[in-house]
Write a protein that binds this ligand. Structure first.
Ligand SMILES: Cc1cc2nc3c(=O)[nH]c(=O)nc-3n(C[C@H](O)[C@H](O)[C@H](O)COP(=O)(O)OP(=O)(O)OC[C@H]3O[C@@H](n4cnc5c(N)ncnc54)[C@H](O)[C@@H]3O)c2cc1C
Length: 553
């Protein structure tokens, strides 16, 4: 098997030898280490490696080099191996440049010289980055393949499911990759039956359901126990955090997710405001870290499995899944977040997955290379998606009803967008209609002030216009507000039906709903401060109260 490369560049011979020695001693069994004093020589080497189908996992570069600055080197290297992790070696005086590089070249880490002892200052950082890289990288021959039509909603659904569950796959567009025909012939399948999934062992699934696909790639779908201490519904940041704390504190914990773990956060291309990650991290990375952490503590995760409803019997909670199975628990944490609001335009639903996407920027980015695309909405999610897509698309147009982005999006995003040449803001505008034969081809925009209408070609329309609480499945077992957000803690005391429902002497705990032992966390909770950090905080906190409740039982 080919080993991935770690490439080190530093014009200072002594420093180069020292870091090369440390890295080689620690990683020589799993990685090839190449080191050079010249950034140009390193770029030549990288191009050669690419031609030979080799792969680079990590670049480590000094910042101050006579031929070119480390940041420029990393930027060029990134074009050739975009998935490789990037570390800049800096002196104290270069910190400002390094922090800028976090945004400009998506730097993963800046390492201050000297790094001794390496066991404390170098290896933990490098281990972390290499683990992250390994989690998302699979050599071509080991990966699952999805073969289908680029703009098919069915293909999109499978891609989104696998990427959301962190199962690496290779996408093969039947119209552009000739090799894809070979797989079709081997599977004895026709183009009309696509998508086709080719599994690692060479077996095939023709147009599978998500449940079939999940089973084939080894995702758990049945609970192993009859009774759990706590069932957590929804594996967004709140649910994942609750599961980590639940299992870590020794509770038998089951996490149920209807599509893929990570929730809304998983579609975030770059989360820049999560504590402890000054370089930002993608939703996929955050989710992958959280899943690894919670599985390590012993959480069971069922996916894709949606909860249909909850009933109570003698204080025990019975969670019924869509497949009809029932699982018992002493407590429940509902962390089902919110779901994207649909854009209500006649005919638009025909193009969902074939040109119209709700929060799927990361999955469809490659398909939008050199295309003109539109994003509806001007909040943080829309802006993040625009920044991400601007690296692929020729032109990104953000359509908003207001007169400026600054009223609804975070400053740093507005600032980044204003410096990105291929992003345009179209103000005071609505999308009023759409058209296309099989995939989205055109959208019509209407200016609210002038009344002018304009039809423009659009390869893709990404919609970020707000959300609804994820409680449409939840029977009236707990009290909700008129929009469907779950009431908890002191907010319950204001509800007129609360006194008749609540029979305990104590008041409900902060995240507790109108049913003792059922808790709500994250965006689904009425009054929640939305955002990843708040969701993580609420999920962790809910477990503290679950424990208190279990002690009372
Ligand atoms: C594109 C995008 C970018 C964002 N970027 C940032 C950012 O940079 N920083 C930040 O702070 N916030 C960001 N946010 C907001 C942040 O992601 C949310 O506030 C956060 O994810 C809320 O977490 P949650 O766990 O409460 O809910 P969610 O993330 O909504 O997760 C809920 C989960 O429950 C599952 N579920 C729903 N119903 C059921 C059911 N019946 N059975 C089983 N499972 C179910 C869903 O499938 C989902 O996975 C972003 C949001 C989006 C959409």
């Amino acid at each position: 098997m080919k080993l991935p490369y770690i490439i080190i560049v530093d014009d200072d011979t002594q420093v180069l030898h020292a870091i090369q020695r440390d890295i080689r001693n620690e990683y020589r069994d799993d990685y090839k280490v190449a080191a050079t004093e010249s950034a140009n020589e390193a770029l030549e080497l990288i191009k050669e490696l690419k031609l030979k189908n080799e792969v680079v996992a990590l670049f480590i570069s000094d910042q101050r080099m006579p031929e070119m600055e480390g940041i420029s080197f990393l930027e060029k290297a990134n074009e050739i191996f975009p998935a490789a992790k990037k570390v800049l070696l800096t002196a104290y005086s270069d910190i400002e440049a390094a922090i800028k590089a976090i945004n400009n070249v998506k730097l993963d880490y800046y390492l201050m010289k000297p790094w001794h002892p390496p066991e404390e200052k170098l290896f933990p950082v490098v281990n972390d980055l290499l683990n992250e890289w390994q989690a998302l990288y699979k050599p071509d021959y080991e990966a699952t393949r999805i073969i289908g039509f680029q703009w098919s909603p069915k293909s999109h659904k499978l891609k989104e499911f696998l990427s959301g569950n962190l199962v690496p796959y290779i996408w093969m567009d039947i119209e552009n990759i000739s090799e894809a025909e070979k797989y079709l012939a081997s599977a004895n399948a026709s183009k009309s039956s696509l998508p086709l999934v080719v599994l690692k062992d060479g077996s095939f699934l023709v147009d599978p359901t998500l449940t079939e696909l999940a089973a084939a790639v080894g995702l758990q779908q049945k609970a192993s126990k009859v009774m759990y201490d706590v069932i957590i519904i929804g594996a967004g940041p709140a649910g994942l955090a609750a599961s980590v704390y639940g299992s870590c504190e020794g509770l038998k914990t089951l996490l149920i997710e209807k599509s893929n773990p990570g929730g809304q956060a998983s579609s975030s291309a770059r989360i820049e405001n999560y504590l402890g990650f000054p370089h930002g991290l993608s939703g996929a990375e955050l989710t992958q870290r959280a899943i690894t952490q919670t599985l390590r503590f012993g959480t069971e995760i069922l996916t894709p499995q949606a909860v249909k409803h909850i009933t109570i019997e003698d204080g025990y909670k019975i969670t019924e899944l869509l497949d009809g199975s029932q699982i018992h628990s002493k407590a429940i944490v509902i962390a089902t977040g919110v779901a994207y609001k649909k854009l209500e335009i006649p005919g638009l639903e025909n193009f969902t997955g074939s040109g119209v996407y709700y929060g799927a920027a990361a999955v469809e980015a490659q398909a939008c290379r050199n295309e003109t695309i539109y994003i509806v909405g001007g909040g943080n999610s829309a802006c993040q998606a625009a920044m991400y897509m601007s690296k692929f698309a020729k032109e990104v147009n953000i359509i908003i009803r207001r007169d400026a982005l600054s009223q609804v999006a975070a400053n740093y995003l507005v600032e980044n967008i204003s410096h990105t040449a291929n992003i345009n803001i179209i103000t005071h505008t609505d999308v009023i209609s759409c058209s296309g034969s099989t995939v989205l081809e055109n959208i019509t925009l209407k200016n609210a002030i002038s009344g002018d209408e304009k039809t423009v070609p659009a390869k893709a329309l990404f919609v970020y216009i707000g959300t609804n609480p994820g409680t449409e499945w939840l029977n009236d077992i707990v009290l909700k507000d008129e929009k469907g957000f779950i009431l908890s803690g002191t907010d319950l005391l204001k509800d007129k039906s609360f006194n008749t429902l609540w029979k305990l002497k104590r008041d409900p705990y902060l995240p507790e709903t109108s049913v003792p032992g059922i808790f709500a966390s994250g965006d689904v909770r009425f009054g929640a401060m939305t955002g990843i950090s708040s969701a993580v905080g609420e999920g962790s906190m809910a477990i503290r109260f679950v424990r208190k409740y279990l002690q009372e039982m």
